[in-house]
Design a protein around this ligand. Sequence first.
Ligand code: PXL
Length: 287
Amino acid sequence: MDRQKRVCAIHDISCVGRCSLTVALPIISAAGMDCGILPTAVLSTHTGGFEGFTYRDLTADVMPISAHWQTLGLGFDALYSGFLGSFEQIDLVGELFDTYKTSENLVLVDPVMADNGKLYAIYSPEMAKGMAKLCGKADIIIPNITEACFMVDTEYKTEPYDKPYIENLLQKLGALGAKQVVLTGVSFNDSELGAAVYDVASGNIDYVFAPRIDGYFHGTGDCFGSALLSALLNGKTLTQAAQTACNFVHKSIEITLKLNQERRYGVAFELALPSLMKELGILNADH
Ligand code: PXL
C-alpha cells in the first residue's frame, strides 16, 4: 500500500453533541486516512440545543502549533476547515493554507457559520466577510444556502428553490475564487434533498440528491463534508463524492430516526460508516 493520505481537520471540539471534530475525525479515519487535527475552540457542547455551553477560543494556539509542524517539515494531502473560533482565526487559517498548500494537495473550506437563514450563536455578520475571503483560498468550498447568501450578499429564500436562484448563487460563490463549489441543502421538490456541484472553469453544474427526510438534524453538514473529502481522497470525482456524501447523510438520519435518538446529540453516523466504507471500496479491501 502507498502511504496513507494525511488530512489536517481544522474545526472546534464540541465535547458533547456530535459535530465538527467528533464527526470529522471518525469519518475520515474510517475512510482509511490519517486524520490530524487542529482544534479551533473547545466547547462543552455545540451551540444549537444545549443551554449555557462553555467556550474556549484556541486562536492563540494556531500559530505555535503550525510553527512546530514547520520545524518538522510536516505536510498534508488535504486541509479541511470548518467552524472557526474567532474572527481573527479566519486570517490565521488563511495563513495556514498559504504555508501548507502545494500543487498536489487539496484545500476544502466549509464556511460553517449559519443555517436556516440565521447565523449560529457567537458568529457576527462580519464573520461572513472573513469566510468569503477564506473561500477564495480554497480549491473546493461547501457552503449551505444560508452561508452562501451571507457571503455573496444575496437574499435568503426558503424552499421551493428554482434553478435560476441556485445557479445565480453558484456563480457568485465561484467568483469568490475557489475552483469548485458544492452548495448543500438544494432541492427542487418535496421528495429529494441534495447538493449542486459547480466547476468554475468549465461552468458545468451537476445535481445530486438522496430521498428527503423532513426535519433539522445537527452536525449533518460536518458529516457531509467529511464524507465528501473521504470520497475525494479515495479517488472519486467531485460529483461522485457529493453523491456519496448525500447517501451517507441520508443513511445517518434514517438510522437516527429508526433508533429514536435524541436530536440535539447529533446523528448516529457511526452506524452508517459500514455503508460508507462499502461505497468507497474499503470494507472489501484486503490489507
Ligand atoms: O455543525 C456545525 C457546528 C460546529 N461547531 C459548533 C456548532 C455547530 C453548529 O451549531 O455549534 C460549535
